[in-house]
Write a protein that binds this ligand. Structure first.
Ligand code: ASP
Length: 430
């Protein structure tokens, strides 16, 4: 038993390296398949690998990740809330988190619009005809009242079963408060939750062990099917989005960490590497919650009472990377449709893209569907979204990495302001 647990711990220490190797190996293997024509329909590579074995590996991996999300969020948030000595801190942390998420998303979208205004991507671009079956159905913006009302679960078990993250968050917080108020019986229940928390963390690690295989399969299958061909047709759009994403992830967040949190951004980025790779590989903020939460608590030193709330909330409502893509895509679509956006329309884009990114579920590809909401708000045609679909997968992977980095940045800065950041752990070479 001790032998197997020590070899497990060796693997844990090297998991970042293994995931990185898997990413690169998957990319090389997928590109080779694509280049030798094995990504085409009807070939062995496509039928048995990309759509066969790799697809099976992807489904198993993503399902196992999703399996962790609800139990982990429920248990850690109940423990986090119940450990607060001062319940008013809860409201403060909540306000700080929502404020932080809204401000950074608005900053991200404004920056994206500003850059897109300067570069004007899409002017003079040859836009292929969109086939009838590829047309996008528009997304209706839900009413504000409905959105706020639906944050409160009528049936917590349904919320848990459906993985409705905002409802799960509200239920966990209420349960945590009730545990505190219940006195002695509450303390017994809390002990149970704390023990369950330790068990679930082991479950996270068990799933992490197959992460390299899952990441390899996802990347290899995507590249085998699509290669890099479409990027060349939409290079200006692609590289503009990519450039702003990287700037936001590697310059804006570090500046916030340093400026507001007084924390070393290089240490932060180094420790975020496995989480970013994970988000990149899965293109899902939601599936990255377990890894991000564990990393934020154990390696960045954020107290559970902050991290267990800010990470799942961020994965649900904080999508700066998605907002960046939506800003540039809106200007691109306006240009290819020959529409000149007015200043008022730019302002409408800032507001709707912020709302759209809040409403975007943290799963692959949803950001592009929510883009239709932004386009409708400024009266732009939505059918050209289908053209962007061809290159969206790679951008989705990068923007998801940015999205989760934003969640961890918020967690560190808020924890610091609440005296809930263990700076020794943050600095340690763990
Ligand atoms: N895949 C993104 C995420 O999970 C959402 C999106 O932009 O499509 O964060």
């Amino acid at each position: 038993m001790s032998d197997s647990s020590s070899s497990l711990s060796r693997i844990r220490h090297r998991i970042t390296t293994y995931i990185l190797i898997a990413l690169l190996a998957g990319a090389v293997f997928g590109l080779i398949l694509n280049l030798v024509g094995q990504g085409e329909e009807g070939t062995f590579g496509r039928e048995y690998l990309a759509d066969g074995l790799f697809e099976l590996m992807r489904i198993i991996f993503m399902n196992l990740l999703q399996m962790l999300v609800v139990p982990l969020v429920l248990v850690s948030l109940v423990c986090g809330t119940a450990s607060m000595t001062d319940i008013s801190a809860l409201g403060r942390i909540g306000l700080k988190a929502v404020g932080f998420y809204l401000c950074t998303t608005m900053l991200a979208i404004s920056m994206a619009l500003g850059m897109a205004y300067l570069v004007q991507p899409g002017i003079g671009a040859e836009v292929p005809e969109v086939a009838e079956e590829e047309l996008f159905a528009g997304e209706e913006a839900p009413s504000l009242l409905e959105t706020i009302g639906n944050v409160f679960p009528s049936n917590p078990f349904a919320a848990l079963a459906e993985g409705n993250m905002l409802q799960v968050i509200v239920f966990s917080i209420l349960l945590g408060i009730a545990i505190v108020l219940a006195g002695e019986p509450g303390r017994k229940v809390l002990k149970g939750f704390q023990q369950l928390n330790d068990v679930i963390i082991q479950l996270v690690w068990m799933v992490m062990l197959i992460a390299p295989l899952g990441v390899f399969a996802i990347i290899a299958a995507n590249l085998a099917r699509e290669g890099f061909m479409d990027i060349f047709n939409l290079a200006q759009y692609f590289f503009l989005v990519l450039g702003i994403l990287l700037f936001h992830g590697f310059v804006v967040y570090p500046l916030i960490l340093r400026g507001i949190g007084g924390l070393n951004p290089l240490t932060f980025l180094r420790k975020m590497r496995p989480v970013q790779m994970f988000a990149f590989g899965t293109a899902s903020s939601n599936a990255t919650i377990p890894v991000n939460l564990t990393n934020t608590r154990e390696r960045l030193g954020v107290d559970n009472k902050v991290g267990s709330f800010t990470i799942p909330l961020g994965a649900t409502i904080n999508m700066d990377g998605t907002a960046i893509m939506q800003g540039v895509a809106t200007v691109w679509i306006a240009n290819v449709s020959g529409v000149d956006l007015s200043l008022t329309q730019y302002l409408i884009v800032i507001v709707t893209a912020t709302l759209a990114s809040i409403g975007t579920a943290g799963v692959p590809g949803v950001g592009l569907i929510m883009l239709t909401m932004v386009l409708t708000a400024v009266g732009l045609p939505i059918e050209n979204v289908a053209i962007l679909l061809g290159i969206d997968r790679l951008l989705d992977m990068v923007r998801t990495a940015v999205n989760v980095t934003g969640d961890a940045t918020a967690s560190c800065v808020i924890a610091k302001s609440e005296n809930a950041l263990d700076e020794d752990v943050f600095r340690a070479d763990n």
